[in-house]
Design a protein around this ligand. Structure first.
Ligand SMILES: [Fe+2]
Ligand SMILES: [Fe+2]
Length: 273
């Protein structure tokens, strides 16, 4: 029988630096920079998540959970490797301040692995995942990846990533509950991990907007109001939900169309495990 968490090896067409359009999502600056920020964040967050999860594997006393955690790690490893290919195209453009911000991000995750407890790291993973599972459902349903002004090469990358985020939505929560279970620590780590993500989003959007706006004019700029809306106001309800004592990703409503799309992805994969 196939496992519900499918590890897919994908082969995506990556744009060249010459035909890269920075407004690749719906021709919209804010939405495109938000996706770019997610791709940049993923290449340091996801290795941190995989290392954090692998470190506590010997403590898992449940065979099925151990298998799910292993598959979670293998899915996340594919995600950051594919984002790294696309990020090269992004980073080939001149974005003053981005390199310094990326280095800060990498140092923070390295520091967490070096100095913080397993409970902190697993709590951080769970805090991030509990937000992204909800966000992935919204993004996939939004129609943005089918928009006529969206670059299909980026659309395929993000859709694959987000559908696998939905597939493995329960794993971080389950391992956190299995090993630690404290509600207060979980709520604190949700707040902390999500704050970390949205600070990076806000910084990244500001840096990209300044550089692309300088090159291309007003259409390539994001306003302070839009950045505030996307990095603070619109995520608020989803963030709040993860803090509630009764929150569990097991209760998220997943439309049947997600499993159809997941099957389509599997049929397009180079190989699946
Ligand atoms: Fe991921
Ligand atoms: Fe994930």
């Amino acid at each position: 029988m196939t496992h519900p968490l499918t590890v897919r090896m994908m082969a995506f067409e990556v744009p060249s630096t010459e035909d890269f359009n920075p407004l690749y999502i719906a021709g919209n600056a804010t939405l495109s920079y938000l996706h770019t920020a997610l791709g940049l964040y993923a290449v340091y967050l996801e290795p941190f998540m995989v290392k954090s999860m692998r470190r506590v594997m010997p403590q898992i006393r449940d065979e099925a959970l151990r298998e799910s955690v292993d598959r979670f790690c293998r899915q996340e490893s594919q995600h950051y490797q594919k984002h790294a290919d696309f990020n090269k195209v992004v980073l080939a453009r001149n974005y003053p301040g981005l390199e310094v911000r990326m280095k800060q991000l990498r140092d923070e995750f390295d520091g967490y692995l070096r100095d913080r407890s397993d409970r902190f790291c697993i709590g951080f993973v769970e805090g991030f995942e509990s937000y992204t599972a909800q966000s992935a459902l919204t993004m996939v349903a939004s129609g943005l990846y089918e928009h006529e002004l969206t670059d299909p090469r980026f659309a395929k990358l993000f859709k694959w990533h987000l559908i696998e985020e939905i597939e493995h939505r329960n794993v971080a929560y389950d391992i956190y509950q299995h090993l630690y279970g404290s509600y207060l620590v979980r709520a604190y780590m949700c707040w902390r991990a999500q704050r970390h993500l949205f600070r990076f989003y806000a910084d990244c959007m500001r840096i990209l907007s300044a550089a692309e706006g300088g090159r291309g004019g007003a259409h390539y700029r994001t306003s302070f109001k839009h950045r505030l809306l996307f990095s603070r106001i619109s995520p608020f309800a989803k963030r709040l939900r993860t803090l509630l004592p009764g929150y569990t990703p097991h209760h998220l409503r997943v439309p049947a169309s997600i499993s159809t799309q997941a099957e389509q992805l599997s049929s397009k994969a180079v190989s699946i495990q």
